[in-house]
Design a protein around this ligand. Structure first.
Ligand code: LLP
Length: 414
């Protein structure tokens, strides 16, 4: 219907004046996350995947307000660490799957103690190696378990985030039946199987790999001599980062997923992270220097790879827009937008046609809601940015900006 939320929010649709005001009020670099858009993304997912269980992979954005918004929609949480489990529980998620990748002992201690301490917490621990089963037994864990499967097929926007065929993740496909028997022999409740192809499933090859993974998992579930509650086939739904890219056709992905799974007694589940939050966030940054060079105009801004790592780490493309009030009257200039970090990789965008940038302009960087603030660091002794949360016409500071004293807070004076 015409009331359906749009499939994607483009950077051009954000209100420039409002973003400029936020930059004025809170300073830059500043992440802005719009909770209304988070809800719309969840609604779109629920509409397409109406028959499936949807969890939010919290690693994409764990800011408390965001987690509360998603928890309110009723989605479950998929968590990769004790810290994520703690945050998810505190934000009100009632059902949490802890998908441990080589879980450190301290993480297991914490999660097992939470499972005892928090009443009504619906927790499932997913194990990706036999050693984790032994470690949980040692800790007296007696709750439900799932097995993380290495499906042998991966997909993703970059080799660094193509997961399904990387040996570090999950139990090799052929060994799953043995581990499943072991889990049951030791008296545990085996409730599910889980696999994840990778992050940024967007083109036809990715979709083909996703279908292949789901088909393999469906077969594995049917072959297992045991009834499961769920079969979770991971997250990875991509979003368009370039203005000319089309959004994913969620209905098509949903029906392909269902069809590939085949007949199942178990509930089919997915766990997107990026899709829920990417276009709900922008990063605001201020221009400090504009330097013409023979090759390009270098626009020096106050956000860099310590604020938004994705361009440096994955050569990821993020759209950049000038919020200057008179942007429309300025001539387009090919600009290379560079951060303040002493690394050549610290470039947020190359040769972008921007309205002739000037010192003091605020730029907005799009699709920054997923894996933006989450991957920020203190390298070069840069304090991490602040995060502002929007909800309708309201805005509130969600995470304070770090200060220079925060940088040395944990150091021991000798
Ligand atoms: N499930 C599992 C087991 C995962 O490992 C991940 C992501 C997800 C779900 C969610 O994937 P998503 O729906 O967000 O694509 N920092 C990278 C992405 C790393 C993803 C890691 N695992 C980036 O910025 O592209």
């Amino acid at each position: 219907t015409t009331d359906d939320p749009p499939p994607i929010r483009r950077l051009s649709e954000w209100d420039a004046a409002r973003l400029r005001d936020l930059a004025d009020e809170h300073g830059t670099p500043l992440y802005v996350i719009d909770q209304g858009r988070v809800r719309e993304n969840v609604a779109n997912l629920e509409q397409a995947f109406h028959a499936e269980a949807i969890s939010y992979a919290v690693k994409a954005n764990t800011v408390r307000t965001t987690l509360e918004t998603v928890a309110d929609t009723g989605l479950d949480a998929e968590c990769a660490s004790a810290g994520e489990v703690k945050r998810a529980v505190e934000a009100g998620f009632e059902a949490v799957r802890y998908t441990a990748v080589n879980p450190p002992a301290a993480d297991l201690d914490h999660v097992v103690s939470l499972s005892d301490a928090v009443e009504d917490l619906d927790l499932v621990i997913t194990i990706g190696a036999a050693d984790t089963l032994a470690a949980l037994e040692e800790r007296g864990y007696d709750g439900p378990l799932a097995i993380r499967v290495n499906p042998g097929v991966g997909a993703g926007h970059h080799a660094k985030v193509t997961t399904g065929d990387a040996p570090k993740f999950g139990v090799p496909f052929d060994r799953v039946p043995d581990l499943a028997s072991d889990v049951l022999d030791r008296g545990f409740d085996l409730v599910g199987l889980h696999a994840h192809a990778g992050s940024g499933i967007h083109d036809e090859d990715d979709l083909q790999a996703h279908r292949e993974l789901v088909a393999r998992m469906g077969e594995l579930a049917r072959d297992l001599d045991h009834d499961l509650d769920f079969l979770n086939v991971g997250g990875g739904l991509g979003v368009p980062y370039r203005p000319d890219e089309a959004p994913l056709n969620l209905d098509r992905v949903a029906s392909a997923t269902r069809e590939a799974a085949g007949d199942l007694d178990a509930t089919l589940g997915i766990e997107p992270g990026r899709y829920v939050v990417a276009d709900a966030g922008v990063l605001l940054t201020t221009v400090n220097t504009v330097k013409p060079t023979p090759e390009t105009t270098v626009v020096g801004v106050d956000a860099g790879m310590t604020t938004l790592l994705r361009p440096a780490m994955y050569d990821a493309y993020h759209e950049i827009r000038s919020l200057a009030p008179d942007a429309d009257d300025r001539e387009a200039t090919a600009a290379t937008v560079a951060g303040p970090i002493c690394e050549t990789a610290d470039v947020l965008g190359r040769d972008r046609p921007l309205p002739a940038p000037e010192r003091g302009d605020v730029l907005a960087i799009g699709n920054a809601g997923a894996y933006g603030y989450e991957m920020a660091s203190n390298y070069n002794s840069r304090p991490r940015p602040a995060v502002v949360s929007l909800d309708g016409s309201e805005s509130e500071l969600a995470v304070e900006r770090e200060t220079l004293s925060d940088l040395t807070r944990l150091e021991i004076e000798q």
